[in-house]
Design a protein around this ligand. Structure first.
Ligand SMILES: Cc1cc2nc3c(=O)[nH]c(=O)nc-3n(C[C@H](O)[C@H](O)[C@H](O)COP(=O)(O)O)c2cc1C
Length: 338
């Protein structure tokens, strides 16, 4: 696959239950990333491609590349599912070797594989022999500590990967410790493929700073893109012109209404829709006001009308205010991680 190499690339991070087909297509209104990665598809003996992934492969309006993320440990199962996926229009598969959720890594998949470089090697070798699809890998810097990081990168360097994404924390860190981008810099020196930096990149300025520090080829952005859908446009403008569009709350308002629209289409049960909306609003609410009043009101909404009233009052009526899209200190999104 020929991705642009002279500019800083951007990717939307996979986020389970968040990065649906409908959510990804929202970026057509605000500025798209260069590539999308689906939420993980669990790969085991009886798994098949679920409806969320099929929708990403068949119903998208965006023409940008998509990688389907797989989570598993048996090479034969990866091959079986990857072959099913390759019947669709897809750019590649992304292997999840970093998931920190205990009920996942206790099964020996996701982040647990960082303790088994030989298994990673085997999976990649067997996929290479049986598949024509591009393969990418998403990792953290180790399980409990970083002692295995260089070994893992050595293993990855022996394979023909499209790109490697590094969420520069250990599995054990979850989201607690600060991200250390120097691991991305090191990986960039050791790998021939493209390297994406990931973790806590909250603004276009920070994306450019991380790119300068690490010489990475791209940045992968998750939660900040939910908070601020303009972020990919802002990164590209900042890189090209040194300035970027600064949205106001009035620019955020239609985005939030669109989220209501797409979550409404997933269920006819209003309570479920309101809960689903809160998954998005938990992130957005971190940067609407510094006292967390919007987040407070949104969390307490029990029906659609209350939710819309909170959105009108805290976002639309303050439309003239600049929206920085950066979380205010001490305002925590729950859940704030996977
Ligand atoms: C709600 C949620 C779901 C996630 N689901 C996945 C997933 O399915 N696969 C994956 O590799 N990472 C997943 N992640 C991790 C993100 O892809 C990303 O690595 C992490 O959030 C750090 O990037 P950020 O600070 O830009 O959000 C998830 C994160 C969140 C917040």
């Amino acid at each position: 696959m020929n991705l642009p190499i002279n500019s800083l690339m951007t990717a939307l991070a996979p986020m389970r239950d968040i990065t649906t087909r409908a959510f990804c297509d929202l970026f057509l209104h605000y500025g798209e990333p260069d590539l999308y990665v689906t939420e993980f598809l669990r790969v085991h003996l009886s798994s098949s491609i679920d409806s969320n992934i099929v929708a990403m492969l068949t119903d998208r309006r965006s023409a940008r590349p998509v990688f389907v993320q797989l989570l598993g440990r048996e090479p034969s199962e990866f091959i079986r599912i990857a072959k099913l996926i390759s019947r669709y229009h897809v750019h590649g598969i992304d292997l999840n070797f970093g998931c920190p959720v205990p009920k996942i890594h206790r099964k020996g998949v996701g982040g647990a594989l960082l303790e088994e470089p030989q298994t990673i090697d085997k999976i990649l070798s067997e996929l290479e022999q049986s598949l024509k699809l591009s393969v990418s890998v998403k990792i953290r810097i180790g399980f409990k500590n970083d002692s295995i990081f260089e070994k893992i990168i050595d293993v990855l360097a022996q394979h023909n990967l499209d790109h490697v994404t590094i969420h520069a924390r250990t599995v054990h860190d979850l989201y607690r410790e600060a991200v250390n981008y120097s691991y991305v810099e090191l990986a960039k020196k050791m790998l021939r493929c493209k390297v994406f930096a990931n973790g806590d990149i909250n603004s276009s300025q920070q994306a450019c700073n991380v790119a300068e520090q690490t010489h990475c080829d791209g940045v992968m952005i998750g939660r900040a893109a939910v908070r601020n859908p303009f972020i990919f446009r802002q990164i590209s403008e900042l890189r090209m012109t040194g300035r970027c569009f600064m949205p106001k709350l009035r620019d955020l308002y239609p985005y939030v209404l669109r989220l209501i629209d797409i979550t409404e289409k997933t269920t006819s049960d209003e309570k479920k829709q309101v809960c689903y909306m809160k998954k998005y609003l938990n992130f957005i609410g971190q940067c609407v006001d510094c006292e967390g009043k919007f987040l407070y009101a949104a969390r307490r909404a029990t029906n659609r009308a209350e939710l819309i009233a909170a959105i009108d009052f805290h976002i639309n009526e303050r439309g003239d205010e600049i929206f920085h899209g950066i979380p205010h200190k001490n305002i925590v999104a729950r859940p704030n991680c996977e």
